[in-house]
Design a protein around this ligand. Structure first.
Ligand code: N01
Length: 543
């Protein structure tokens, strides 16, 4: 690889200008470091830049799904709805980029393609698809957990004469489905938000469902001034509380077992949670993700709600999930998802019994039937957690990250992986990431990385690398914690099951955001236990 010219040397390269990359840039600048951000999109916002499908909004309420690092920002920004829509979240990301003058260090429309670590200089050489060659002491992968959209390898896609869309790569100008026959493949969080909105416009929507998901009504509505003020007046305490909560979300947890209460009380509690809406439903009892019997009570309740809502009972039965405990696949939050199946123009197809086998010129084939469409929406998800990292050709000491992670990702704290010094990951596999309020987890990682870099500089050091032994112990700990829960019982993206050939390991850390933060803080306080810290004097002299 051609070496970077000295003028192309920076202290840090950050890959991605989503919520993680933006805050990382702000923190590194605050330490006096030079940094350059490469972003594939033409704007900031990451997941909220790409996922512009109809109905896209966050399922964590806006007062919680927002940065806490700037008291002025969190006091001044006004959210219009309890759960902000994608356009509003994107406006917020743009506001943050402008407010903190971040754009001047971000190069848009540029994808990092290759990274090589040089042991002699303790620096990374980074190449992009635009021909940039940059040298950086540190690389921060702010690449997102759900940024590599995936369309299954259906034969015949190129033959289709209509339009195809992926929810994670939605056209910026929007799509008008008026009068069109639309096929939607997939029933994950994205589809569950998109289907009710597409159905209001399209002539007909046919949904191909392989695995039904549990979904809870969001009960979204306008943000009242009183509600926002209540949050804002207590922000410091509430944010601190969230940082130590299990999911990084204040969700009104009820610290008793579902089996400790009478049937009537349990039903009443579920009814109250259902009426209140949002993912708080899973905090109704403290053992829903640990004990099958407890979990079954919650799953039965939601199945009952589906049967109550959907008039056609064969459709209701198909929509009622039975092959995984509730919450072990990402619980969905919706606006009128189940009710949408009562519309005349919506049909549900069991893609488990009759799988989609090919795309044809005029639609798709599922079982013996050819369904004809003007447009097909792939709501088929992402190569989650590792896809964005392994897509880049990253190597150190002749070993690529793809080779190292061939049998599944291995990290220390989800922050670094041994053998790849000075490369940090934000919300990487092995950290709570997709199981948490992502902004809480992003801020925690960014702060940890910034403090780590400051520590290295204060000590005259320039290199940090996870020790193999520490990584092995963390991976083992992560597996032990996951095995105590019901999560491994589901074929979920957390296990990599949705990608053919991907090793099936439980990727996120499920020990809880608070416990995880405590572990990270203790490790840092003990001089970065489990990491090898060093200085390359020749390299320092050359700087
Ligand atoms: O993707 P998914 P997503 N034939 O992987 C189906 C976050 N998110 O974009 O389950 C037929 O969940 C697949 O079926 P199966 C959130 O973290 C957040 O919806 O593999 N179907 C599944 O139904 C979420 O977890 C928000 O059997 C096929 C669907 O496609 C993550 O993003 C909103 C198929 C993929 O579902 C991903 O959600 C949206 C095939 N060949 C997303 N291949 C909010 O904050 C795949 N499928 C609200």
């Amino acid at each position: 690889m051609q070496a970077a010219r000295p003028s192309n040397a920076v202290d840090a390269v950050i890959v991605g200008a989503g919520f993680a990359g933006l805050y990382m840039l702000h923190r590194l600048r605050g330490l006096g470091l030079s940094a350059r951000v490469f972003e594939a999109g033409s704007g900031v916002g990451g997941t909220w830049y790409w996922n512009r499908y109809p109905g896209a909004r966050c399922d964590v309420e806006s007062m919680q799904y927002s940065y806490s690092f700037s008291p002025e920002l969190q006091q001044e920004w006004q959210w219009s709805e309890l759960f902000a829509s994608q356009p509003e979240i994107l406006r917020y990301a743009n506001h943050v980029a402008d407010r903190f003058d971040l754009r001047r260090d971000i190069q848009f429309g540029t994808r990092v393609t290759e990274m090589r670590f040089d042991r002699a200089t303790h620096r990374w050489d980074i190449r992009t698809d635009r021909g940039d060659v940059v040298s950086a002491r540190y690389c921060v992968m702010a690449t997102g957990c759900l940024s590599t959209a995936r369309v299954p390898d259906f034969p015949g896609i190129e033959r289709f004469t209509g339009k195809t869309y992926h929810t994670g790569h939605w056209p910026h100008e929007g799509v008008d489905f008026t009068g069109r026959r639309v096929g939607v493949i997939g029933t994950g969080s994205s589809a569950i938000q998109a289907i009710p909105v597409i159905a209001q416009q399209a002539a007909h929507v046919t949904v191909f469902q392989r695995t039904p998901n549990f979904s809870i009504p969001s009960r979204n509505g306008p943000m009242t001034e009183a509600y926002a003020e209540q949050w804002k007046s207590e922000y410091p305490a509430r944010r601190e509380h969230a940082r130590h909560a299990r999911t990084g979300i204040l969700n009104n947890p009820n610290d008793i077992s579902a089996m400790e209460v009478s049937d009537e009380d349990r039903q009443r509690i579920y009814e109250e949670r259902w009426a209140a809406g949002r993912t708080n439903f899973m905090a109704a009892f403290n053992d829903l993700i640990f004990e099958r019997q407890a979990n079954d009570t919650a799953a039965d309740f939601v199945r009952g709600k589906i049967r109550e809502t959907v008039r056609d009972q064969s459709t209701a039965e198909l929509l009622a999930p039975k092959n995984h405990p509730i919450g072990t696949k990402r619980i969905c939050v919706d606006t009128d998802y189940y009710g949408t199946y009562n519309r005349e123009n919506v049909t549900l197809v069991d893609a488990r019994a009759t799988p989609v086998t090919e795309i044809t010129a005029h639609g798709l084939r599922a079982g013996d039937i050819e369904h004809r469409f003007d447009a097909i929406v792939f709501a088929t998800g992402f190569d989650a957690m590792t896809g964005a990292l392994t897509k880049i050709d990253i190597a150190a000491d002749g070993v690529t990250l793809r080779q190292k992670w061939e049998a599944g990702p291995r990290t220390y704290l989800g922050l670094m992986t041994s053998g790849f010094p000075n490369m940090f990951m934000i919300t990487g596999p092995g950290s709570p990431s997709v199981l948490s309020n992502k902004i809480v987890s992003i801020e925690q990682h960014v702060d940890w990385i910034a403090e780590c870099v400051a520590y290295l500089r204060a000590c005259g050091l320039d290199c940090i690398e996870a020790k193999q032994s520490a990584e092995d112990a963390w991976v083992q700990h992560g597996n032990e914690v996951a095995d105590k829960t019901l999560y491994p019982l589901a074929n979920s993206l957390y296990m990599g099951v949705n990608i053919p050939g991907k090793p099936q390991v439980f990727m996120p850390y499920i020990g809880g955001v608070g416990a995880y933060r405590q572990a990270c803080d203790e490790i840092a306080a003990e001089g970065y236990r489990g990491f090898e810290l060093s200085a390359q004097t020749a390299a320092l002299a050359a700087e």
